[in-house]
Design a protein around this ligand. Sequence first.
Ligand SMILES: [Zn+2]
Length: 323
Amino acid sequence: MSFSSKAKKELSCIQVDDKCCQLAELSAIFKMTGSIEIKGKNRLAVKIVTENADIIRFAFKVIKKLFNLAPVLMVRKKRKLKRSNIYILVLTPFMDSKKVLEALGILHESLQEGIHFHYGIDEFLIQKDCCKRSYLRGAFLGGGSLSDPEKTYHLEFICHNREYSRDLSKLINSFGLKSKIVERKGYFVVYLKEGEQISNLLNIIGAHSALLNMENIRVIKDVRNNINRLVNCETANMNKTIDASIRQINNINYIKDNIGLKKLSRPLQEIAELRLNYPDISLKELGEMLVPPISKSGVNHRLRKIEQIANKIRLMKGENKSV
Ligand SMILES: [Zn+2]
């Protein structure tokens, strides 16, 4: 199961008992997955279409309890690809679906204007904090998705119109988040990008297991990044040491080939021979191998002298200095 489906499964198990919150959640689900057909004068057919059986179960229960209606349920097989099930909930034109849509803040009817649809989020649904959270939970169940945090941090809601995407983004941002909107293939996508913002949203809608899993992955990713940074740092230092060693060995071999190491003073000759025998150890370790041992800066001092001598010979022979 994908990270997104797991989060949705968790959300569908949340028991919502308050009528205010049930209405808010159902309204959001309807905005995301519902459609309305006008069938003749004043008759409406209302449908919710989704691949998520939990959504249909919730909608059926709430419509039955709050409006005393029994919607028609259908299951179809998807024609293409995985042939997964599609669940459909229908309020037929002969049911009082207007009553439901009015209560969900989707439709208003007045004598003067007749039927009028509301494309945004009706304010009366989201006056209380509990209802705001329930609304976002419904919106996520109906039209939300969450990328696998192992790969990338991305949570989005796919909305059918601009007005709705603005209201939804405003509602999310009322919790201190920074959602943005992008237009994609005729849809309006409200999205969050940062790991912390996504964690916050999961917390707001009550997806606490998903939140914990996400936090675990974030911690592991952080540690992994830190280790990579350390390794890169150490590799850089090691490369520096190796470059220096190669330069030292070039100098020593140059002296050996041109005048012979015997011409060097005893201390320089000692360190030169050690360096040739142990090309990959540090200056500190080189110093410790001498009898008596000398410090790292002592070794460095001797190797610099060797470099000066090599450069002097090069100069006399008209050759370029070592780099
Ligand atoms: Zn509420």
